[in-house]
Design a protein around this ligand. Structure first.
Ligand code: NAD
Ligand code: FES
Length: 296
């Protein structure tokens, strides 16, 4: 069992929690994720690690209440325990594995949309702790939906905040803000990391492609086991089929088929849709996820 030691409502329907999980806190690197289960038989919820504290043994998660399990998790209080907390899963961010000489020459811009701000934060924090500069663009639909602004300001070299309705910061979405920085303010970048809703990452990549800035995205398709067995998180990257949980979650944004990923996400939401995908895609499932009955 894993105890909740902090709970904060960041805005509207987005919560931050610190969970006592010393082994995960010790080994998690920026970019990796965990899978949490509220109760023994509960649904598995994949969430990117938003921060770790090795001394306290805590892992920070940020989640939006979108389905039954996240709504249920939001009812948990400080002192309550969740049944399982598995991780770190997935590959760490490319940046933290990058050669020092290469990284020194990268002019990095992070593009964070909405809840995607949470997974961007540990990467920016890591850059600061290791002495590398980076700019951050963070966007939300309006001022009330912005999260982690003060935390991000502490670690970013330059922070550019934007809102779609112009209620705070730059007036426009993250791609408009990036275009403004590069075309009107003389900013130069040679590496971008975009994390947020799938549609945002799609348009961020179209923009960075136009600007000639190689771009990494972090995908969060539907996941079940998180260990490469169920096939739920299948994505098309260039001419290859990848599984976001083990091959990602980070991929070259110029190669990701976002339209297919969004279509798949919609279809996967229903049982009929899952059956259709199994029929169309064949057996990607190797059994053992414990949820679907396959492989038993
Ligand atoms: P949102 O819809 O409020 O969008 C946040 C910001 O992204 C907008 O303010 C805008 O600046 C930008 N954006 C959105 N659509 C855009 C477009 N078409 N072109 C340019 N910019 C655009 O986002 P939200 O409600 O905070 O996000 C919810 C979604 O984010 C969920 O689907 C969730 O699964 C996903 N999410 C993804 C990750 C990840 O790791 N990729 C992490 C957390 C959440
Ligand atoms: Fe990736 Fe199952 S969640 S294969």
């Amino acid at each position: 069992m894993y105890k909740i030691v902090k709970k904060e409502l960041l805005t509207n329907n987005i919560y931050l929690m610190d969970i006592l999980a010393p082994r995960v806190a010790k080994s998690a690197l920026p970019g990796q994720f965990i899978i949490i289960r509220n109760t023994e038989k509960g649904e598995r919820i994949p969430l990117t690690v938003a921060d770790t504290n090795k001394e306290n043994g805590t892992v920070t998660i940020v989640f939006q209440t979108v389905g039954k399990s996240t709504l249920e998790l939001a009812t948990f209080s400080v002192g309550d325990e969740v049944a399982s907390f598995v991780g770190p899963l997935g590959r760490p961010s490319d940046l933290v594995l990058e050669d020092e000489e290469v990284l020194k020459n990268k002019k990095v811009v992070f593009i964070a949309g909405g809840v995607g701000t949470a997974p961007v934060y540990p990467q920016v924090k890591w850059m600061r702790e290791h002495g590398y500069d980076c700019d951050v663009i963070m966007g939300a639909r309006n001022k009330d939906l912005l999260i982690m602004e003060d935390l991000m300001r502490d670690v970013a070299t330059n922070l550019y905040v934007c809102t779609d309705d112009g209620s705070y910061g730059f007036n426009g979405n993250v791609t408009k803000c990036l275009l403004d920085l590069v075309k009107n303010q003389g900013k130069e970048y040679n590496h971008a990391v975009a994390i947020g809703p799938m549609i945002m990452m799609k348009f961020a990549c179209l923009t960075t492609k136009e600007l000639g800035i190689p771009t990494i995205v972090s995908l969060n398709p539907i996941m079940v086991d998180g260990t490469g067995m169920c096939g739920a998180c299948r994505v098309q990257v260039g001419d290859q089929v990848k599984f976001a949980c083990v091959d990602g979650p980070e991929f070259d944004g110029f190669l990701v088929d976002f339209d297919q990923a969004m279509r798949r996400q919609r279809i996967y939401a229903t049982e009929e849709g899952r059956a259709k995908l199994a029929y169309l895609e064949g057996k990607t499932h190797h059994g053992g996820c414990g949820n679907c009955g396959e492989g038993k």
